[in-house]
Design a protein around this ligand. Sequence first.
Ligand code: BGC
Ligand code: BGC
Length: 716
Amino acid sequence: MKQQEILDLLKKMTLEEKIDQLLQLAAEFYSENAEERTGPMADLGLTETTIANAGTTLGVSGAEEAIRIQKKYLEKNRLGIPTILMADIIHGFRTIFPIPLGLGSSWDLDAAEKMAEISAKEAAVSGLHVTFSPMVDLVRDPRWGRVMESTGEDSFLNSRFAERFVKGYQGENLKEDFSRVAACVKHFAAYGAAIAGRDYNTVNMSERQLRESYLPGYQAALVAGAKLVMTSFNTVDGIPATGNKWLFREILRKEFDFQGVVISDWGAVKELIPHGVAKDEKEAAKQALIAGVDIEMMTTCYSNYLRELIEEGQVPVELLDEAVGRILELKNELGLFEQPFRGADPVKEKEIVLSNEHRAIACEIAKKSMVLLKNDDILPFKKEETIAIIGPAAASKKILGAWSWQGKSEEAISLVEGATSLSKKLLIGNEVFDYLEPTTAAIQEALLLAEQADKVVVALGELEEMSGEAASRSDIRLPSAQLAFFQQVLEVNDQVVVTLYNGRPLDLQGIDEAKGIVEAWFPGTEGGRALAAILWGKYNPSGRLSMSFPETVGQVPIYYNCDNTGRPFETTPDEKYVSKYLDVSNYAKYPFGFGLSYSDFRYSEISLTSDELTPTTEITVSVTLKNQSAYAGEETVQLYIHDLVGEVVRPVKELKGFKKVQLAPSEEKIVTFSIDESLLRYVHSNQEMSSDAGEFEAMVGPNSREVSSVRFNLKK
Ligand code: BGC
Ligand code: BGC
């Protein structure tokens, strides 16, 4: 359809039809069973006509169902406007990949793009058109359950991931490539900064910090072409995002030049009432539309009040036309006017969804996402060693994570299953071992196995529902029954490797005596196979944390790129009046960028081509990396920069580049990064990006803590 045809179509629409386009309802409203519809309909005060004409749909699945709904929709729609089917495809559709925090730990952008591409392929053939992904919220507080949906605490790394997620979902041309879906970046803005890590809580930060740390991820997704933006539940400087005109009209539309569709988060328009900025649904509708929210998800403030608001002149009809125009344009960009069923294909669906090829890729990506946190000469296991695999996560298949809507646990590979194909010398129990309250029989059986083994894998972690939305925790240690069990194991065998399935950085106090720790996150369908490959050395661990693990929850929020204080503890740690705790260090237990390998990588001193930089020149930092081991492996070389004297206080270091380098045993490679003036810019007090002349430090190393540095000058 051409631009002009869309405008003509808009002209033909009645006021009611336009308002209906702005409503998004969940799949249950389109159920064939009238009884299933009536309850939710009555709750929202909706008529069959409104439902039939609601512009978009949420959570439909399956090609046949998608086709049925679209057909029915088109039969009722006077002007033949198709609906858009949207859903949350966050880290895989049916083939489930590691949770985004795990993908973040891979530092592997190709892997992220591949994950998105496969997710899109499976979703599109099952009839979906839009995914509510990527979530690019910057996260600094592991108490927040939704850190699992983020790629971590660094805006540079998050931005690189955001771009590649969008590319993987959308491909080059949505109108022709029906194996792709449109991406909806979320949650705009700063949802990850909920105070105290409590979900939906207030967000409070300066505009400068918002721009410097929180907005770049969303912007990167938009530059990459994301077609939709979702609002966040939180307030931004006192005004809920979903009614925040400055955020959407000034920043998103004007500054970022976003032309696509803005959708509210689930129920967020009506939540302007409990937030206490709107007295009723009518006011909520007015604020949200004026703020620039095009689609209202799952509440009916627009449906019930926009007509009145427009007739009374409280809301200009042009705002409604704009919103409808954008929705029609998205339908057009998806090719739905010509091909309303788009990629939906019940035959191909059976072939493509959860294919062996997809499983194999999910397995590779899961391996890349796992992080070896500790290894006191216990890993990898040798063929001849007898290994007991015990604990709640040993045989568990509930390893997909909280956001795997179509994933099925029974299709997942447990650790025990993964290990069985690698070793004949396993000791495995029969009792079900509960995560929170294991029975005495299960514990006794496990201890007996541990006693007989050369080494023991104690497979621990969180239940899937302990992270994700509405799953904040104030105590981020492992469940107490697991810590007690770990101590019992030590008494019978101290050769222990702990493996962890979880959705957030944990406080790992209580498992200090483990000789090895592998962070496996919620690794998805192929998780157990990937983890076993790491334990038996079939894969050399390469993951690096993208979010700090605190020593204790009391240090939270803790992140590597913190600001300088006036009393830095580093220079005089024994001084009383410096910024520190009495009872714990300032440092993370495992910092951002950290992860071990079976290889032993050695870094040379770093060198610079020149210690002077101008706005038109470039300098190169280089380091020689050597693999001093018998294992081929992959290192992630990281570049950090510190502006020694800024107009605004600068972080002690900021990630500005990274490279993944493969090294054969004893191999040596020179790794280089180029630095130009644009890399040194940041948001100044006037809210604009610029750089400061003066001295900088360039740091290179294997993680954010262990770096060596050189200085250079920016001359302007
Ligand atoms: C979540 C969103 C999600 C939406 C639709 C909300 O509760 O915050 O991330 O996309 O539901 O399922
Ligand atoms: C404290 C002040 C105190 C001053 C003199 C500083 O370190 O922050 O509160 O008045 O020392 O003792």
